[in-house]
Design a protein around this ligand. Sequence first.
Ligand code: GLN
Length: 193
Amino acid sequence: MVRVGVLAVQGDFIEHSHALERVGLESVEIRLPEELESVDGLIIPGGESTTIVQLIDIYKFRDSLKAKSSKGFPIWGTCAGMIVMASELTDKRPDPLQLMDIVVTRNAFGRQVDSFEADISVSGIDDGPFRAVFIRAPIVTKVGKQVEVLSKLDNGNAVAVRQKNLLATAFHPELTSDSRMHLLFAKMIEDST
Ligand code: GLN
């Protein structure tokens, strides 16, 4: 069985653990870089990206995450996690980890619609649309050649992207009872091992 790490420094990591356990996947809370050796993939949850990046640097995760990610270790960032993984932000802060070739804009939906839900179709997810929960969500404004856009909103904003072993979603699959995105990530892990 695959063991999925969830970065547990800030944000809604508990919801991810519950979502993994609901579909019978083993989840492990990760608080120190050496703990990454005990898992087959990592989820970086939603939360506050500036705080998450600060804690990543305080606990010295940056180099090991970059090294592992370039060696094919599967990583999935949701919302703030997507911001953390970006190569570039249109905002001044935080300083992202540059794991994926994507440019991301934080809080892209402004104040009026800072939270909303939408039924979206996601490439690789079968059996109908996915109910996506957006909370002060980012969008992907530019993708590199190796990045596949898995989902776009009607206005053209990319909200789910994949680059080989790396997955990023602007929304929060851990906040719904729909496990298909977690199963997609588990499949990415299985394919990588
Ligand atoms: N707006 C947050 C940020 O920029 C992300 C919000 C979330 O993860 N739900 O970090």
